[in-house]
Design a protein around this ligand. Structure first.
Ligand code: 4NP
Length: 153
């Protein structure tokens, strides 16, 4: 199974979620591949935001070598599930879907996790460092819930 995580810049929320979910998947020996992308190409080729790298490192996860890339409609051919961080990402990703079956691969990350009364992971990019810690906690909890639905190999 191949999972793609998508946010706007691919330098804050989705690479943090990628690092968290790869670690949990490895611990649980889950047979899945996890990647991330951004709906924009603004930061293509860059490593994650230093604040994202730091918050992940504080939790024992190295995301410093990930590089940002834009989401393209080719991703629909590769991935089984595409989880987006907010409503705006949802609209952008769905607008590129080649078919109805592809459209159905796309879900809000928090809706797939379940149990939240809000649908978007707040974007920490313009906020205080505290926002990165909050984003990490939310992404970890929701990422764990999503992986709880997947059986080990
Ligand atoms: P992300 O955060 O979508 O979680 O990676 C952002 C990163 C960069 C920008 C906006 C959000 N930006 O405007 O450059």
């Amino acid at each position: 199974m191949k999972i793609l995580l998508v946010c706007l810049g691919n330098i804050c929320r989705s690479p943090i979620a990628e690092g968290i979910m790869r670690k949990i998947a490895a611990e649980r020996k889950l047979d899945i591949e996890i990647d991330s992308a951004g709906t924009s190409s603004w930061h293509a080729g860059e490593h994650p935001d230093v604040r994202a790298i730091h918050v992940a490192a504080n939790h024992g996860i190295d995301i410093s070598k990930l590089t940002a890339r834009p989401f393209t409609k080719e991703d629909y051919k590769i991935f089984d599930h595409i989880y987006v961080m907010d409503d705006s990402n949802l609209e952008d990703v769905i607008s590129l879907a080649p078919s109805q079956a592809d459209r159905e691969k796309v879900k809000l990350f928090l809706e797939e996790a379940g149990g939240y009364f809000f649908t978007s992971v707040p974007d920490p990019y313009y906020g205080s460092p505290d926002g990165f810690e909050k984003a990490f906690s939310l992404l970890e909890e929701a990422g764990r819930k999503i992986l709880d639905k997947i059986r080990p190999k």
